[in-house]
Design a protein around this ligand. Structure first.
Ligand SMILES: [Zn+2]
Length: 483
């Protein structure tokens, strides 16, 4: 039997289990009764281990190795590359250690929640120390080029190392600081719409109206509500997004919807030929985030888009704001300690700070106990502010308690790539002005979406835009927007 067919037949079982697990995950974030704490976690972790068993099947591994040698085209090479990465992770790290680590994570998340509530970093520190210890061991098992951090970063952003991120972030830090100092002098840090209450039903209608106008496919997509907005792909033909509602400050709900739309569109526009193969799915977190940020920052925060929104906000939401108000409201610049509520200018400082800390932790240059102090110093240095306590400082994000070290840089990569796409796209503003969102969707399909995971991120960027990720476009965007 044909080698690729054998591999895809076996992979189909993995795909089915993964999609079933995704439905369960979506359900537990949206509609599952609150009292259910016993069964769901058990079921999903069992399915996860069934996937792991199928992935590490000896015969299957042999086929993948054969394909790696014999692959003739980009499709086959992509399949071998993506499968090898999963197999590698499951086989290089001893099963027992992975199980111990998973148990630690469940506890660490609980302790982190408690520590955050009490704003007590020392309560969480012993757990983070253990997590860092595991991660450093895993890095040794997985292997790396320059820094053990590379092995962790590669899980989220294939092919990137500290040798890519260090110079990129250092240049960004330097130029962003200059931009920030300039913008802060001329720009507003508050807008009355932040305190404007809204009606929940009208807000839902506004979200759905905007979505359908920019091309959300309600026949294959859904919008629901959850504690934090997210996108989940249950298949090529069923993609779900969520948002949140806060009674006032409607941009939080609307921009979340537009952000998640970008993620959903990526998954929806993947070539049907990749369906049920390991290449169906966005290639990395950074590329995924570039798609959500493209719609959220690049498209939605233009004057052309706020002109498009004005009648909808007036007629549906019944809030009397004109497009100039909306533009100013969407582009407030105000340094605050909390990353997720930060504006587009200061946001990347939050990421750079986290990257520098987690890289130094993994490289053994700093100790977990020193984090709060280093955190506050960097905050002061980058943004001139000081968190009141650890819960709005080093304890604010869930990532480290989940063991997601190496994840943060992907947020900034996403921002930078989103701006890079904008300056490759001729007449973007005119298309927005003409409500010609189909052309924008088509462009993204051709340049990024249709390939799924066929090419690793660096290769995809070279192929579609002719250069690696470059911070100068993001800086240019800030220069042009905040005048
Ligand atoms: Zn996102």
């Amino acid at each position: 039997m044909d080698l690729v067919k054998k591999i895809l037949d076996h992979y189909e079982k993995i795909w089915v289990l993964a999609k079933a697990n995704a439905v369960l995950e979506w359900d537990s974030e949206t509609y599952m009764p609150k009292g259910e704490t016993k069964e769901r976690g058990f079921i999903t972790s069992k399915i996860e281990s069934m996937i792991q068993d199928l992935m590490t099947d000896k015969e299957f591994i042999k086929w993948v190795e054969q394909l790696e040698e014999k692959a003739e085209n980009d499709f086959e090479k992509g399949i071998a590359r993506v499968l090898k990465r999963s197999i590698y992770y499951y086989t290089k790290i001893p099963k027992k250690e992975l199980e111990e680590y998973n148990k630690l994570i469940v506890e660490a998340v609980r302790v982190w929640e408690d520590a955050k509530k009490k704003s007590d970093f020392n309560r969480f520190a012993p757990y983070l120390e253990k997590i860092v210890e595991f991660k450093r061991k895993f890095a040794e098992y997985l292997g790396y080029k320059y820094s053990p951090y590379d092995a962790l970063l590669d899980r989220y952003e294939e092919g990137y190392t500290v040798k890519d991120i260090d110079p990129l972030f250092n240049r960004l830090k330097r130029d962003l600081k200059k931009e920030y100092e300039r913008i802060k002098e001329i720009w507003h840090d508050y807008h009355w719409l932040e305190n404007e209450p809204y009606n929940r039903e009208r807000m839902e209608l506004l979200n759905k109206t905007v979505l359908s106008m920019i091309g959300f496919d309600f026949n294959h997509m859904r919008l629901d509500v959850s504690a934090h907005p997210f996108t989940i792909e249950l298949g090529l033909y069923d993609i779900r997004i969520t948002t949140w509602y806060h009674k006032k400050d409607f941009r939080r709900s609307l921009l979340a919807v537009i952000h998640e739309f970008g993620h959903a569109l990526y998954e929806r526009q993947i070539d049907e030929k990749l369906w049920k193969t390991p290449l169906q799915g966005g290639v990395s977190l950074g590329i995924h985030e570039s798609q959500s940020r493209f719609w959220e920052i690049v498209v939605a925060k233009t004057k052309e888009f706020t002109q498009f929104l004005e009648p909808l906000v007036k007629n549906i939401l019944k809030i009397d704001a004109d497009s100039e108000d909306l533009f100013k409201y969407f582009t407030i610049v105000r340094p605050i300690p909390i990353r997720v509520e930060s504006d587009d200018v200061t946001y990347n400082f939050h990421i750079i700070l986290r990257y520098e800390i987690e890289r130094d932790l993994i490289e053994g240059k700093i100790d977990v106990r020193d984090i709060p102090e280093i955190w506050n110093e960097k905050m002061e240095q980058y943004l001139g502010i000081k968190p009141k306590n650890d819960s709005e400082g080093a304890l604010q994000d869930i990532h480290w308690s989940l063991g997601a070290i190496g994840y943060f840089p992907t947020y900034t990569l996403g921002n930078l790539i989103a701006a890079q796409i904008k300056y490759n796209f001729p007449d973007l503003e005119t298309h927005i002005e003409n409500k010609n969102f189909a052309t924008i969707r088509e462009y993204l399909r051709e340049k990024i979406h249709k390939y799924g995971s066929m090419y690793e991120p660096k290769v995809l960027l070279e192929k579609s835009f002719g250069e690696p990720v470059n911070e100068k476009y993001f800086i240019k965007l800030l220069r042009e927007r905040y005048r």
